[in-house]
Design a protein around this ligand. Structure first.
Ligand code: UN1
Length: 491
């Protein structure tokens, strides 16, 4: 399976198959269209079912002992090589990411760069020992711990970061000696293919990473319930995530969920309103607002509110949507027709609830695929727009009486993924870090955008809040601890 990297020529269709063991299986029939040009079919994939998952799990289980027996630095060398291969293909993969998901060129290029860094980071982890040497209470005995791989694991990824998330879930699994069954989102089959192809071309043995295409309702559910998979890692909606969690826990396996966010950005009176608006726009309208870390609520104290709203409206005017392949585009299309309908319904709901749109998102494009940013003011904490995730370029502004009130509002939601504050007041910044209920806190930085070597995850309804992703911490999820007592003298 080497000479199978699809050529990324706009207008051409990549015909993809499941990658199971050393075989390419299934006939491409499901089409994915370019969200900026809905007449262009970017990729076609087979529609897998429960039998396809069974085959993939069988291949993963067969390959696992051999893969785990390879010294970790040798596993790491394959990840490092895959990073190099992806680097050499960076323009091509970026083009495909723009064509299948709709990000701008700069966003997509950055995301492919992130996937490369992730492969390199975990490749390097192959040379770092994990485990502890602990003094034993028994004489002449050495106690130590080892981290053991779980076995074969299932990974289910969303469409919004179609190469970074598959990379950041798969790489720590692989470096820890697990084998993988990966189901990417139906909207973004091509980026997962590029990741799998780079790893295969780097020398990953057959069966170590198996790629299965198909609907969440069959392929995803079969992965969740499959007795052969020792763990399942999922990023996506709360509704699907909680269903998967129940299925995985019922069979006693390990589960990690990353789900929604309703991320607050608190702007205090001392903040520069221009800087604050840039930070809010970056996280609110960047990647078309389609990130679980997007800023969707800005909470302003009274002295800055009006100046901030004026600056955010000016920023919103810069984010005219267009085709990401045009290098000047700052915001790409909405990913799908159903996401567009949902975004528009949210704007309607918010205004019905009493919020006012100072900038109203107009729909445009031949097929209605583009949506301008929307800025809402007069949003109240009890409004649905302040409580539920939109996943589009829609930012609601809320008014707070003072910094403490702003944190109360920030915490008054079911989610807790990322939270930001814009201030130069160190005391207020630390009070915010102390009090805010979120897995990630940003001071004077956008709520979205994270480093591959820093732990990532949320609290409350955003996450299972047991294990973290990314950074060295990510390998905790994919390993278990074995404690060894080694007696070396009986005298
Ligand atoms: C980021 O903010 O850079 O699905 C990453 C998501 C998150 C990843 C966000 N799991 O949007």
């Amino acid at each position: 399976m080497t000479a199978d990297v699809p050529t990324s020529i706009p207008g051409s269709t990549a015909l993809l198959h499941h990658r199971i063991g050393d075989r390419l299986l299934g006939e491409p029939e499901e089409e994915r269209r370019n969200p900026a040009h809905p007449d262009e079919v970017v990729a076609a994939t087979p529609r897998g079912d429960a039998t396809t998952v069974d085959q993939a799990v069988e291949a993963a289980l067969a390959a696992q002992p051999g893969w785990a027996a390879l010294p970790a630095p040798a596993r790491g060398a394959i990840l490092l090589r895959a990073g190099g291969i992806l680097s050499a293909r960076r323009d091509q993969v970026t083009t495909d990411l723009v064509r299948e998901e709709g990000k701008t060129w700069a966003e997509a290029y950055g995301e492919v760069g992130r996937a490369i860094e992730i492969l390199q980071f975990y490749g390097g982890e192959g040379r770092r020992g994990r485990g502890e040497l602990i003094p034993s209470g028994t004489p002449h005995t050495m106690a130590y711990t080892r981290r053991e791989p779980l076995g074969a694991v299932g990974i289910i990824t969303p469409w919004n970061f179609p190469i970074a998330i598959p990379a950041w879930k798969t790489s720590p699994a692989l470096i820890s000696g697990n084998t993988v069954v990966l189901k990417p989102a139906g909207l973004t089959p091509l980026c997962a293919w590029h990741l799998a192809a780079a790893l295969a071309d780097a020398g990953l043995p057959p069966g170590v990473l198996n790629l299965v295409y198909g609907p969440g309702g069959t392929v995803g559910e079969t992965i969740a319930g499959h007795p052969g998979l020792a763990a399942v890692s999922f990023t996506g909606s709360n509704e699907v995530g909680r269903r998967i969690e129940r299925q995985v826990q019922e069979r006693g396996a390990r589960v990690l969920l990353e789900m929604g966010g309703k991320n607050p950005l608190v702007v205090l009176d001392d903040a520069d309103p221009v800087l604050a608006a840039r930070i809010a726009a970056d996280s609110g309208f960047g990647v078309t607002g389609q990130a679980c870390t997007a800023t969707s609520r800005v909470i302003c104290t009274p002295g800055v509110h009006d100046r901030f709203v004026a600056e955010l409206a000016a920023q919103a005017a810069r984010y005219r949507p267009g085709d990401g392949l045009d290098r000047g585009t700052l915001m790409g299309p909405v990913v799908s027709g159903s996401q567009m309908r949902s975004d528009l319904r949210w704007i309607e709901t918010a205004t019905e609830e009493g919020a006012q749109a100072v900038v109203a998102g107009e729909q445009s494009g031949d097929a209605g695929q583009f949506l301008d940013p929307t800025v809402l003011i007069g949003v109240k904490p009890s409004h649905r727009i302040a409580q539920e995730e939109v996943f589009g370029p829609v930012v609601g502004v809320l008014a707070a009486d003072n910094p403490d009130h702003a944190v109360d509002i920030a915490n008054d939601i079911p989610f807790g993924l990322s939270a930001g504050i814009v201030t130069n007041d160190m005391r207020e910044a630390h009070r915010f870090i102390d009090r805010v209920q979120a897995g990630i806190v940003k001071v004077n930085r956008p709520t979205s955008g994270v480093d591959p070597n820093v732990p990532f995850g949320g609290v409350k309804e955003s996450s299972t809040n047991t294990y973290r992703e990314q950074g060295a911490a990510a390998t905790d999820f994919y390993t278990w601890t074995k404690s060894v007592y080694l007696g070396f003298d009986h005298s």
